[in-house]
Design a protein around this ligand. Sequence first.
Ligand code: NAI
Ligand code: A1CAB
Length: 269
Amino acid sequence: MKKQTILFLGAGRMAEAILSGLLARKRDSIEEIIVTNRSNEARLAELRAAYGVTATRDWQAQVAGADAIVLAMKPGQVRETLVELAPHVNGQFVFTVAAGIGTGMMEELLPEGTPVAWVMPNTAASVGASVSLYTYGKSVRAEHRAVLEMILDGIGSYEECTEEQIHQLTAVTGSAPAFLYRFAEVLEETALQFGVTKEQAHRMIVGMVYGSALMLKQGDSPAALRDQVTTPGGATAAGLRVMEEREFPALIGAAVEATNRRAKEMAKE
Ligand SMILES: NC(=O)C1=CN([C@@H]2O[C@H](COP(=O)(O)OP(=O)(O)OC[C@H]3O[C@@H](n4cnc5c(N)ncnc54)[C@H](O)[C@@H]3O)[C@@H](O)[C@H]2O)C=CC1
Ligand SMILES: O=C(O)[C@@H]1CCC=N1
């Protein structure tokens, strides 16, 4: 595969998570990373200084030289960007990470035959640990698959899914890190009530989450691991009972549903 020139339209948190992960792990496969946004010059300067990427406002001039173009703006801005982009595109591989978009809108608005993909990553891309879901449009060839897989490998692990699965799983892999961070935040606040310092509380919770993730990664099911913690008739069982009484599965179900509903809504804004 030739070294890739990748143009990011949108220079926010997700763009930074992806480009930082890529530069840390796939530098040999990257010719150049170019970032651009609508109006925030200071943000472009920050990314240029932090990662040595090319940052420019004149993105139209960069399209011809790009191998891949990543749309990393908010979902509601994707349509108008595709309209602006279309006259400049000539075979480049275009993909978006925007929630709720899918490949249909991209194929409808870009020139016939443009290879496109839709990716749902998460912010752990910045530490090479995103779980990225992806699906291809109909004009993608083996060379484009190789490029996307190189990029996704650089930012973590990846799973090819159907478009509908990505709509339904956006909450589960894209947004659920925020659910987990909220859980960690509440546990930290709880620990603070008992007189430990903020630093101690943070270390404890990070250690607990990290250890639990390692246990999960070893392959036992969440249920089996939960069982190992739950001494029959013991303390954990009492806590879990409260979670069930308060309908924890229904709570998560409702959060997932609201997330996915909003993702689809945003794409139409
Ligand atoms: N933050 C996350 O964990 C995840 C975000 N995403 C998706 O990534 C996209 C970006 O999200 P964030 O980075 O969180 O948002 P953000 O608000 O941090 O970044 C959006 C960026 O796009 C720029 N922008 C807006 N319109 C533009 C245009 N027409 N042309 C060029 N640049 C434009 C803004 O200036 C900003 O730099 C969203 O579509 C979101 O659905 C997907 C998976 C996870
Ligand atoms: O909050 C959002 O809209 C995006 C989609 C997935 C994660 N963050």
